[in-house]
Design a protein around this ligand. Structure first.
Ligand SMILES: NC(=O)c1ccc[n+]([C@@H]2O[C@H](COP(=O)([O-])OP(=O)(O)OC[C@H]3O[C@@H](n4cnc5c(N)ncnc54)[C@H](O)[C@@H]3O)[C@@H](O)[C@H]2O)c1
Length: 437
């Protein structure tokens, strides 16, 4: 007689913010219906809300124009996915933790230390699971590097050098013209983009960071670097053909080649030539990169000292075109070293002086996957944690994520105040004490 398999129920999600990241979660759910179902969505923009609602079959009574409406209902999903903009994470995180929703929270947790601590405190007090979307921890190359280090193959890690090459057009798109251009409206560049890297470095070194120093500024994307004759908008500019940052080339050029996904989809829902031309004529993405209201850095370095005396350096630069691989890192151990471009890994042993190479994208499957497989890995791990009611598959939980956000805040203090900064210990009250009167 055939044994009946126990029926595994998919876990259920409520998405708050159906922009680029929220839609990505919905698309994952739509293609893995046995694992996960989106049962609620809150999003003010009709097109984006309707896209997720239709894709996932969300019932109208659980489709909202604001996350606050969803928070008025008793809990109706296993977890909430918070994919609103950086400065809009704290309020929903506190509200939904109190409603006992488990939580997938986009990075950065919040733009201030105090808010980050409040979110983590609320998660601990309400005993809910939290995964922060530090996707790099979930990539195949990180898993392989961790395996090599944990096997003892390079001895003790002594120092690390990490380069984050932000492609020149990505810098212009997100950090000069776009949503992350102004610290007061989102967060610092280090927090918005490179909190992933500082978090990753801490994960690889394996102990907390204790001291940081940092330098960086807006070197190029400012009025004083504006070439003579440049107009305020690329569509009106006579020198646009010679400018690598031309919005006409970066966006209309892509549309002409049939590419209408990100970053073009950020400009407008009408991704025809006419629609994108209109967006360039009137919207923020058609502006000259030397005539924007940006204030975040376009290059930055951070030096780090860790609890066991290990050191690391990090460089972010918005001036490059990396075609093969992405972040480039060298990890120096007492018995060997590792080099990676986030796809290939080379492990060199000092005793044999031999190098072994691993291709973590040998199947080619990762190329189409967000953040080198990290988006997929994060979703798998979070869903697994929800299904089992066990946080062990979450690699980016509350305490360690708070710790690495505090590294970023300390590095920013160093950059702005020209100081060497200690990284503070998280200011959390143990849950049992917090619950007492
Ligand atoms: N983990 C990563 O690697 C990664 C990558 C990109 C972005 N992010 C982060 O993800 C978050 C979202 O980024 P995005 O690119 O998807 O932004 P987005 O602007 O495309 O999406 C945010 C959405 O929130 C919606 N929103 C605004 N007010 C709302 C409200 N009251 N209730 C519900 N929804 C509301 C907006 O209309 C928008 O659609 C940001 O914090 C960003 O920094 C993370």
């Amino acid at each position: 007689m055939k044994r009946k398999q126990p029926v595994k129920k998919p876990v259920t999600l409520l998405i708050l913010g159906a922009g680029i990241r929220g839609a990505g979660v919905a698309e994952y759910a739509a293609s893995h219906p046995d694992e996960v179902q989106v049962v609620g969505v809150a999003e003010p923009r009709d097109f984006h809300r309707n896209y997720v609602a239709r894709l996932c079959g969300v019932p109208p009574e659980q489709t909202f124009t604001d996350w606050r409406e969803a928070a008025e209902k008793p809990r109706f999903a296993d977890a909430v996915v918070i994919t609103t903009q950086d400065a809009m994470h704290t309020e929903p995180a506190l509200a939904f933790a109190a409603l006992k929703y488990h939580m997938l929270l986009e990075k950065p947790m919040a733009p201030t230390e105090e808010e980050c601590e409040r979110i983590v405190q609320a998660v601990l007090d309400n005993d809910v699971l939290l995964a922060v979307a530090h996707v790099l921890r979930y990539t195949p190359y990180t898993t392989k590097i961790k395996q090599i280090i944990d096997s003892g193959a390079i001895g003790d890690v002594v120092s690390l050098q990490c380069l984050e090459p932000v492609t020149y057009w990505h810098q212009a798109h997100s950090y000069v013209r776009g949503n992350w251009r102004k610290e007061s409206e989102s967060s610092s560049m280090l927090m918005a983009k490179s909190c992933h890297d500082l978090d990753w470095i801490r994960y690889i070194i394996g102990v907390p960071c204790r001291r940081v120093s940092s330098f960086g500024n807006t070197f190029h994307f400012k009025a004083s670097a504006r070439p003579p004759g440049a107009a305020d908008r690329c569509l009106d500019c006579s020198i646009e053909p010679s400018c690598p940052y031309s919005a006409k080339r970066l966006y209309l050029g892509r549309v002409m080649e049939g590419h209408t996904g990100w970053p073009v989809s950020v400009l407008t829902t009408d991704t025809t030539v006419e629609g994108v031309t209109k967006a360039l004529r009137t919207g923020p993405y058609g502006r000259c990169v030397y005539a924007c209201d940006n204030d975040v850095v376009d290059h930055q370095v951070v030096n780090m000292e860790f609890e066991g005396g290990q050191s690391a350096t990090f460089t972010m630069t918005g001036f490059n075109l990396h075609k093969d691989g992405g972040r480039e890192t060298r990890i120096f151990g007492t018995h060997g070293e590792i080099w990676t471009n986030s796809i290939l890994i080379k492990h060199t042993d000092y005793l044999t002086e031999e190098t072994v190479c691993y291709d973590t994208n040998a199947s080619g499957a990762m190329l189409d996957d967000g953040h080198g497989g990290g988006d997929y890995g994060l979703m798998r791990s979070f869903i697994d944690a929800l299904a089992r009611g066990d946080d062990r598959s979450i690699l980016s939980g509350p305490e360690e994520t708070l710790e690495t956000h505090l590294m970023v805040f300390a590095a920013e203090r160093s950059r702005k105040n020209r100081t060497i900064e200690d990284v503070p210990f998280p200011n959390l009250v143990p849950a049992a004490v917090a619950g007492q009167d």
